[in-house]
Design a protein around this ligand. Structure first.
Ligand SMILES: C[S@@+](CC[C@H](N)C(=O)[O-])C[C@H]1O[C@@H](n2cnc3c(N)ncnc32)[C@H](O)[C@@H]1O
Length: 237
């Protein structure tokens, strides 16, 4: 009996939140977004004004399943289907800040997922390339990006371990799934002085988000933060 009551309360909560969200509409999304920027980003260590502006502009609620839209600005990752997630807003902002994207930079994202991180990057430069392993997610992300006016983001279905050799070199590469170590193709496709932001570690184990800069052909570590990401899958393994 007790679990039925708990289920009822949870469902009622979700329905009430969804109803409130639908009735309040765009205005409430904008207010929630502004609050997220202030309370989750500025209150921590996100200080790059271009990243803050991008996070304040991209409608995150459009990148999550409709039933999760009321929770789009919560301080957490959310499911997007296919067993994958859209990262916590703070992590998206931190990765963007660490990538130091300037206008005109060519940027590669590995792990398109919902397309949200790609949209944030597209606010920072008009040359964004993103690779997703799961075709359904790549298709959905491309459709969302087009609908929202980010049609210049190039989405490819494929294995991000190989990077995007035809478009290399990149000024910044962001990997949004955890790998055991830096994939050699990605470090090879980074420009001298370029930034690589990547979570390293085993699934379910200790993982660290790393920031590297390529200096004289070698990756120099410049930042590290404990995190939890889904794994960067090696097709065929
Ligand atoms: C945490 S999610 C990415 C979130 C995404 N950046 C967003 O803004 O919604 C990680 C993504 O990496 C993808 N992925 C896993 N292994 C991959 C691989 N080898 N190549 C490309 N994408 C991969 C997963 O399918 C998943 O969509």
């Amino acid at each position: 009996m007790k679990w039925k009551f708990i289920l009822f309360v949870v469902l009622a909560g979700v329905l009430l939140a969804a109803a409130w969200w639908l009735l309040a509409g765009e205005g409430s999304a904008a207010a929630a977004r502004a609050r997220m920027v202030k309370e989750q980003l500025q209150a921590r260590d996100i200080s790059d004004p271009r990243v803050l502006a991008a996070m304040g502009k991209v409608p995150r609620e459009r990148f999550v399943p409709a039933w999760l839209a009321p929770f789009a600005y919560a301080d957490q990752a959310l499911p997007i289907g296919q067993g994958q997630t859209i990262s916590q807003p703070y992590i998206v902002a931190l990765m963007s800040q660490w990538a130091e994207v300037r206008p005109g930079d060519k940027v590669l994202e590995v792990g398109t997922g919902s397309g949200y991180q790609a949209a944030v990057l597209a606010e920072l430069t008009d040359r964004v390339f993103t690779i997703e392993l799961i075709p359904e997610l790549a298709r959905q992300a491309q459709a969302t990006l087009r609908e929202l006016g980010y049609a210049r983001v190039q989405v490819r279905t494929g294995d991000g371990y190989a990077g995007w050799p035809e478009e290399a070199p990149f000024a910044a590469i962001l990997v949004t799934a955890a790998a055991p170590q830096v994939p050699p193709a990605l470090s090879a496709q980074l420009l001298e002085g370029g930034r690589l932001v990547i979570p390293l570690g085993r699934p379910g184990g200790l993982q660290y988000l790393k920031k590297y800069r390529k200096v004289k052909g070698e990756l120099r570590e410049e930042g590290s933060l404990p995190v939890r990401f889904v794994p960067l899958v090696k097709p065929g393994e």
